[in-house]
Design a protein around this ligand. Structure first.
Ligand code: NAP
Ligand code: GDD
Length: 349
């Protein structure tokens, strides 16, 4: 029998990729979408259209993680086999500006889902989108499932509550509820306010002559950047386990923002040299001397996580999961997509 999945955050990067992945496996997919005054379903519109005529398996429902009765009603109607809770105010920097809202969505949202499962006595498996941000600057790299958590932002603190409440409900009520502790994962669908997509989009504009300078914050932060498609497969494998659990999904390699910038510019044949320090640091075209990167203090965070790099040994061992797409391939794919979008005169999402 075909399985049914309920995906919160289905209009985001991961939600769109997961929807396509599960539809490809024959699932019925029900996604939660927020009411918005401008379109917010671009990432999934093609899936909706493709499954409307003969094979109606993709459904979108209005809802919000802050609305418990909405979630309760939808879960009662849909009665899914699997729930993927991907919805979140997912921007770390923005969480310093909207800490209460972030807590409401990212901490209380998962609690609302868990309570709905308990109240409805639904026998569904739940995936909670946990994050490497939980580690903060807590200790040595690489970080694994046993590394202590030390969240450094309202986002990470809210996600810490979500992590523990998921584990608590698993232990207290026997729910099949799992945490995927995912390190940064990107794709051409990544929103433009995250650093990787911001870089590839601006470098593509520089290539097309519609921009000449990229403004960034901390160039020295290091992240374990993987491909979102690999992350999606890991999420699904976590949910298929006979027993619930908590798993790190990561590549095990980290790179600085600076090296991401250099690699992106290399795709348009611009070698970058760096000059100066701190706020006065510049990135110049090594041959023409033209300034292409400047520092803007607006992009510094009140508290920064310096280095994230994950150890996914447990996922390799128990899920048979390992990332397939290398960092260089990820950057190449994102650059190609943004250059092509520029040729078509499109830029979002
Ligand atoms: P994303 O692109 O920002 O997508 C977030 C999704 O959540 C969007 O569909 C958004 O709707 C929805 N959403 C936000 N607030 C909501 C609310 N109040 N009610 C209902 N839906 C709401 O994030 P992503 O990169 O796909 O990440 C998916 C999940 O994984 C998030 O929980 C994130 O925190 C977590 N995570 C991501 C990464 C990563 O590197 N990508 C790593 C670790 C963990 P709109 O489209 O309407 O904005
Ligand atoms: N966004 C952004 N914009 N970040 C910048 C910029 C800039 O202009 N300049 C430098 N950075 C640095 C940030 O300070 C951070 O150290 C790093 O680039 C990555 O920032 P983001 O791409 O915004 O991602 P993130 O690591 O903070 O959070 C992402 O990954 C988490 C998992 O580790 C998000 O997807 C979170 O939802 C996710 O949990």
């Amino acid at each position: 029998m075909k399985k049914t999945a309920f995906i919160t955050g289905c209009t985001g990067q991961d939600g769109a990729l997961l929807s396509a992945y599960l539809l490809g496996k024959g699932y019925y997919v029900h996604g939660l979408k927020r009411r918005s005054s401008s379109p917010n379903t671009e990432r999934v519109d093609h899936l909706y259209q493709a499954t409307q005529v003969k094979d109606r398996r993709f459904f979108l429902h209005y809802g919000d993680m802050t609305d418990a009765t909405n979630l309760l009603r939808l879960l009662n109607e849909v009665r899914p086999d699997e729930i993927y809770n991907l919805a979140a105010q997912s921007h770390v920097h923005v969480s310093f500006e909207t800490p209460e809202y972030t807590a409401n969505v990212d901490a209380m949202g998962p609690l609302r889902l868990l309570e709905a499962l308990r109240i409805l006595k639904l026998d569904a498996k739940l995936y909670q989108a946990s994050t490497s941000e939980l580690y903060g600057n807590s200790g040595p790299c690489p970080q694994s499932e046993t590394t202590p958590f030390a969240p450094c932002s309202p986002y990470a603190t809210a996600k810490l509550y979500a992590y523990w409440i998921t584990l608590n409900y698993r232990q207290a009520y026997g729910l099949h509820a799992s945490n995927g502790i995912l390190f940064n994962h990107e794709s051409p669908l990544r929103a433009q306010t995250f650093v990787t997509r911001k870089i590839t989009q601006e470098v593509a504009k520089i290539y097309h002559g519609t921009s000449d300078c990229l403004y960034l914050g901390n160039l020295n932060a290091k992240r374990d950047w993987g491909h979102a498609q690999d992350a999606i497969e890991g999420m699904w494998r976590i949910v298929q386990q006979a027993q619930p659990g908590d798993y790190v999904l990561a590549t095990g390699q980290s790179h600085t923002v600076r090296s991401f910038v250099e690699l992106a510019f290399s795709h348009i044949d611009i070698p970058i040299i760096w000059e100066g320090e701190g706020l006065h640091e510049l990135g110049r075209h090594a041959h023409t001397g033209k300034v292409h990167i400047r520092i803007d203090p607006r992009y510094f965070r009140p508290n920064e996580v310096h280095h994230l790099c994950g150890d996914a040994s447990k996922a390799r061992r128990e899920l048979g999961w390992s990332p397939r797409i290398r960092f260089e391939e990820l950057v190449a794919e994102m650059m190609k997509a943004d250059i092509e979008k520029g040729l078509r005169g499109a830029c979002a999402p």
